[in-house]
Ligand binder design. Structure first.
Ligand code: RIB
Length: 309
């Protein structure tokens, strides 16, 4: 069992505000904090806390933020292949309103220099059962990692966030695409509804998980009927990193089930089971503030699932 995450890490500067400022507006924060974040980092931590043996490939600056992010990721038990590059560690400026909704601005910094996979990173990919990717690092590296891992027989999961046009050479190597409604609409512009977009994207052997926030998610296995997975009703404190928690837990559960082998034997059942597990993990994360600090452990997820069944 081995899950590799190739992706970004940011130091999140989080401001809790009464409302997210409009253009030209200044608002005073109720509190400010700096916590570990970044889509790749959040997903790597989520997969590790959910029980996967994780290797995280990341670019960080040679600064205190980089040291902190690497140390916190290692504290989960993950192997962190952190290259230190000539740029500051990525940062994100996040405002969170009382309903837990946020707005995020990312300065990529070191993440933009995660290019050209190195021998130790290629070795990790060659041994991966599951590869989990997002789009906060250069696209060429995402394509390279997907190509390497797929050639070695890994199951490739892509969370297309932040969304951008995806080249065919990437899409054809992706086994499972995880998108929200906005991302699905942009990737399948010829469609009208989110369900139609997910169905259109579930092509060429690729399955899709359409995340729907407080409404759960829709699993669209390639060649099979969609399965709806409801969300859990919880009190929302902060949605930052909830999607990443979903992706990391989803990848960990698929890895535990056997990765590509599980998908081959019963695609619908294994995808739906992993989505249910991931939905529980995300429900726990939205009840706590921050990205990495909100991500639950395997024990917490299992206790929550037992309590809700
Ligand atoms: O998905 C949430 C993440 O997006 C934050 O942690 C922030 O760093 C941005 O990458």
């Amino acid at each position: 069992m081995s899950t590799v995450v190739v992706g970004s890490a940011n130091l999140d500067l989080v401001y809790r505000v009464d409302r997210i400022p409009s253009p030209g507006e200044t608002v005073l924060a109720r509190s400010a904090d700096a916590v570990a974040g970044g889509k790749g980092n959040n997903q790597a931590v989520a997969a590790a806390r959910a029980g996967a043996a994780v290797t995280f490939v990341v670019a960080l600056g040679s600064d205190t933020a980089g040291d902190r992010l690497a140390a916190e990721a290692r504290a989960t038990g993950a192997t962190v292949l952190d290259r230190r590059v000539d740029a500051p560690t990525g940062t994100a400026l996040i405002t969170v309103d009382p309903a837990g909704e946020n707005s995020i601005v990312v300065d990529s910094g070191a993440n933009a220099l995660l290019t050209g996979l190195r021998p130790d990173e290629r070795e990790a990919l060659a041994a991966a059962d599951v590869l989990l990717l997002q789009l906060e690092t250069p696209l060429e590296t995402v394509v390279e990692a997907a190509t390497q891992a797929r050639a070695a027989g890994a199951l490739v999961v892509l969370n297309a966030a932040p969304v951008r046009d995806l080249p065919a050479e990437l899409l054809e190597r992706v086994d499972i695409l995880v998108v929200n409604e906005h991302e699905a609409a942009l990737l399948a512009p010829e469609t009208v509804t989110p369900g139609e977009a997910a169905a259109a994207l579930a092509a060429d052997g690729r399955s899709v998980v359409l995340t729907l926030g407080g409404a759960g998610c829709l699993v669209v296995p390639f060649g099979a009927e969609p399965v709806s997975v409801p969300a859990h009703r919880v009190a929302v404190v902060d949605t930052t990193g909830a999607g990443d928690t979903f992706c990391g837990a989803f990848a960990a559960e698929l890895d535990r089930a056997g990765g590509r082998t599980a998908i081959k034997s019963d695609r619908s059942a294994s995808l739906a089971a992993a989505a249910r597990f991931a939905t529980a993990a995300a429900a726990l994360s939205v009840q706590r503030p921050g990205a990495v600090p909100s991500i639950p452990t395997l024990e917490e997820i299992r206790a929550f699932v037992a309590d809700r069944s």
